[in-house]
Design a protein around this ligand. Structure first.
Ligand SMILES: NC(=O)c1ccc[n+]([C@@H]2O[C@H](COP(=O)([O-])OP(=O)(O)OC[C@H]3O[C@@H](n4cnc5c(N)ncnc54)[C@H](OP(=O)(O)O)[C@@H]3O)[C@@H](O)[C@H]2O)c1
Length: 290
C-alpha cells in the first residue's frame, strides 16, 4: 500500500533513501536545506517542501537523516521545525547517527505533541543502500515499528529491534567504531605489504580474498587504489561517530583503546588536508606517513 511520507535531509544517504521510497510508489514530500541538491529527486517525482515543518505537516510518517546532533536540532526544533509540524498520532522516524541523549530529549517533545518516535539508524553505505541491502537498528515501541515497517523495508530488508528509544543509535555508535578500526588495520596491512615489496594492487587483491575481508572492507578497501568521485563517508563524519563512541565509553565506563587510536589517525588525516575525502584513503595516507 502506498502512502504519503515526509523526508527531511536529502544528502548522500537521505537522498538515496528517498529515491527508493519514490521507486516503491510512495509520495514523498521532502525538504533539504540546500534545495539544489534535491533537484535530481524533484525530477524523479519528489514534492519539495519549503521547510522541515511543511514536510512533517504533509504526512503521518516523517523521516529525518541529517549530519549530526546540531543539524538534527536545527531541522527538528524552532517554528519551522519537524516538531512544529508533526500531526497528532504521527510517527517520526529519526535515522541520523547522533548522541542518544539528543534522540531521547527529542522523543519527550515528540510524545508531548501526541506523536511517537523511533530511532532507526542504518548500517551500510551508498553501495549497500543502492543495492537495497541497508540494515536498520530500531529503538522504540514495537507496535509503532510495525506501522512503519513497510516503508523501512522499501529502503532496506534487515530490521533489528534493539530496545527503547535511544538504544538503536547507541548500537549504531558501537557498530561504527569497527568501521574505522577495521579500515585502519586494513591500511596498515597494505602499507606493510607495499613497503616490503608487494604492489599495492596485489596486496589489496590478496586482502580482499582473505578471511579479514568483512563486507565493509570488501567495498571500502578498493578505495586505497582509487577514490570515488563523491566521498561516501568522509573523515568528518567518521570522526563524529568515533567522538560519540568515546564520549559514550566515558559515560558508561567502557575502555575503547583501538577507537581512541583510530580517532587520532583521523585527526592526522585532517592535518594532511584530506578531511573531505573518503576515510580509507585518509587512513592509508596517515599510516604511510608514520
Ligand atoms: N554516508 C554513509 O555511508 C552513512 C552510513 C550510515 C549512516 N550515516 C549517517 O547518516 C547521516 C547522514 O549522512 P550523509 O552521508 O547522508 O551526510 P550528507 O550527505 O552530508 O547529508 C547531510 C544532510 O544533513 C543536512 N544538514 C546538515 N546540517 C544541517 C543544518 N544545520 N540544517 C539543516 N540541514 C542540515 C544536509 O543539508 P545540505 O544538503 O544543505 O548540506 C544534508 O541533507 C549522518 O548522521 C551519518 O553519520 C552515513
Amino acid at each position: 500500500m502506498t502512502a504519503t511520507l515526509g523526508f527531511v535531509g536529502l544528502g548522500v544517504m537521505g537522498g538515496r533513501m528517498t529515491k527508493r521510497l519514490l521507486d516503491a510508489g510512495h509520495v514523498v514530500v521532502g525538504y533539504n536545506r540546500t534545495r539544489a541538491k534535491a533537484q535530481w529527486l524533484i525530477d524523479a517525482g519528489l514534492r519539495p517542501a519549503s521547510s522541515p515543518r511543511a514536510a512533517a505537516e504533509a504526512a503521518d510518517v516523517v523521516f529525518s537523516m541529517v549530519t549530526d546532533g546540531a543539524a538534527l536540532e536545527a531541522v527538528a526544533r524552532g517554528p519551522d521545525g519537524i516538531l512544529a509540524g508533526l500531526r497528532r498520532g504521527a510517527v517520526y522516524v529519526e535515522m541520523s547517527t547522533v548522541d542518544p541523549e539528543v534522540t531521547r530529549a527529542l522523543g519527550v517533545d515528540v510524545a508531548a505533541r501526541g506523536a511517537a518516535m523511533l530511532d532507526a539508524p542504518v548500517s551500510g553505505s551508498v553501495v549497500t543502500l543502492e543495492a537495497g541491502q541497508l540494515a536498520f537498528m530500531v529503538g522504540g515501541d514495537a507496535a509503532v515499528l510495525e506501522r512503519v515497517r513497510p516503508y523501512l523495508t522499501a529502503i532496506g530488508p534487515t530490521i533489528t529491534p534493539v530496545g527503547p528509544l535511544g538504544l538503536a543509535v547507541t548500537m549504531k555508535i558501537a557498530t561504527n567504531l569497527g568501521l574505522a578500526v577495521q579500515m585502519l588495520a586494513f591500511s596498515e596491512a597494505v602499507c606493510l605489504a607495499e613497503k616490503a615489496g608487494i604492489t599495492r594492487e596485489r596486496a589489496v587483491e590478496a586482502l580482499l580474498r582473505s578471511v579479514v575481508a568483512s563486507p565493509m572492507v570488501k567495498y571500502r578497501g578498493p578505495f586505497v587504489l582509487g577514490m570515488p568521485a563523491e566521498a561516501w563517508f568522509d573523515v568528518g563524519l567518521m570522526q563524529k561517530d568515533l567522538r560519540l563512541a568515546l564520549s559514550l565509553g566515558r559515560s558508561v565506563g567502557a575502555m575503547l583503546p583501538s577507537t581512541a587510536l583510530a580517532f587520532q589517525f583521523l585527526t592526522a588525516a585532517r592535518g594532511l588536508g584530506v578531511g573531505e575525502s573518503a576515510t580509507s584513503e585518509r587512513a592509508v595516507r596517515s599510516t604511510a606517513s608514520t
